[in-house]
Every structure is written in C-alpha cells, then in structure tokens.
Write a protein that binds this ligand. Sequence first.
Ligand code: G4P
Length: 295
Amino acid sequence: MSIQWFPGHMTRAKRQIQDKLKLIDIAIELLDARVPLSSRNPMVDEILHGKPRLIVLNKSDLADPKTTEKWMTYFAHEGHECVSVDSSTGTKVGEIPIKAREILQDKINRQISKGINPRAVRGLIVGIPNVGKSTLINKLAGRSIAITGDRPGVTKGQQWIKVGTQMELLDTPGILWPKFEDQLVGFRLAMTGAIREQILNIDEIAYFAIKELADRYWPALQERYDLETPPSDIEDNQEIVRIMEDIGRRRGCLIGGGRVDLEKASGIILRDLRAGKLGRITLEAPYDNMPVRKK
Ligand code: G4P
C-alpha cells in the first residue's frame, strides 16, 4: 500500500515513533542496500534524538556487495554500527540482536555492576514503507506476525516479540517517510519498487532506470538484453529511448508498423531490475566528497 504523506501524517508518524522510543533501548534503522540514501528519512537524526541506533542494510541479496561494503564503512565513519542482511531468506539477520547488545554493552555492564540483572534488550524497527520492516520482524520472530498496515495513525496494543532470549522487539514498526520532494529520490525509490507505479509514469521510471544502468551497469544491461551499442551520451534522450526500443524489440514488444510498445518494454525492464535479473545492483554509492557526520 502506498501512503500519501501529508504534513499531518508526518507529524503523527514522528510523534508515534517518539512515543515508542520511550519504551525501547535501541532503534534499528532499516535502509534498502540498493538505495541507502534515498531510502533514508531526511529527519531521522532529529526523530531518533540520540537513541542508540543500529543501521541495517536490507535487501542486500539484490545489492552490489562491493558497494554494500563501502556503505558499511561510510556508516561506521558516521559513528553507527551497521549490518547488511537479506530478510527474505534470513541471511545474517542473526547479527542484529548480537550487534544491538554490543552497542548497549556499557549500559548492561553498568547495570550488572549495580547488581541489577539486565533484561532483554528492547528494540524498535524504523524505516520507510516497503523497505522490509514486516519481513524482518517476521524473520527475527521466527514466525508470521500480523503487522499493522503501512498507514501512520493506525494504533493498536503494542506487543513485545521475543528474538531469542536476549532481545525483544515492538511488534509495530516505526513508519518513516522518504525525502520525496527530491525527484531523483522519487525515481530511485520507484525503480526499486518502494513507490508504486500509479504515482509515477512507468515509461518515465524505466527511462530513468536505463539512464542510471547504462551509466553504472552497462555490461549487465548489455548481457541481459543482448544489446550491441552503448549510448554515446547518457544525457541524450534519443539515445536512452533507442536502448529502450532495442530492449523492446529483443523482447517482442512490437505494435503495428514495427513500432515498439514502450510501455510493455518498460514493464519488463522494471520487473527484471526489481527481481535481480540484471544482477546485484546498487544505485547509490558513498563518494569521498560526501559529507560525513561524525558523532
Ligand atoms: P514494509 O513492512 O517495510 O512495508 O516492507 P515488507 O516487509 O512488506 O517488504 C516489502 C517487499 O520487500 C516484500 O515483497 C518483501 O518480500 C520484500 N523484501 C523484504 N526484505 C527483503 C530482502 O531482504 N530481500 C528481498 N529480495 N526482498 C525483500 P513482496 O512480498 O513481493 O511484496 P511486493 O512489494 O512485491 O508486493
């Protein structure tokens, strides 16, 4: 379900998370490893307000592993612990309770030294819609849990879900909004499937996808669709459309007069990209000149 985020929704979502923060020891900020910047809420530091935090790069099965490593280093420079996981299979999700405990170790040690028997670490998963919050909660819980839909404002009794013996999670994740006023962010989220096609035009999303892929992942694109010539200039609209048409022809998306059905070709391109058929692709890399916020 896609959310229409109006200022009132954002204020309510922020307040709901801040209410939940009072109950927990650590926030688990879930990002999409393919688009760690675009899937990040622009106000997350303000919202989490100094709460201990673990960053989790989800969908790492679909992301370029080398770039995921770079992102882990980037977030470490920012002062955050970070793990990369695949919530759909559960790969590496077991690192989450271990890392969470490590982050809180000083607090736990202080409790022990005062003779207090530390309880399980309490966590809250936060992230934008479709980043995989429900999937991760289910994997960590080891069972299927009915999780409230992606609508800020929906309230229900909060339950603690046991994750092994050392961690508990709130069953309702904190839903954050993306930085959607930035068009680039909108397109990148649409390419990965986080924003539904009803909001943006499918041809436009695929056009944008081909432009980004031709720039960063031409060999993957060439191999998947048996393409011959790369675009001479990725800023040239006609060159990008030519690639889309070539793909359409290769996939039999033809309409009368030998013309290519671009909408059909666009659907194929996006389905392939989202399903990882073009290989493991990351659309955003941390650059050396990126601002690094040290804690
Ligand atoms: P949300 O609660 O944050 O809104 O996200 P949710 O868990 O519903 O996950 C959104 C989609 O992402 C789901 O796809 C889910 O299976 C997929 N997903 C979550 N984590 C991972 C991961 O680590 N790897 C991969 N490959 N996929 C992941 P879906 O059920 O097919 O739903 P749809 O969005 O296609 O309708």
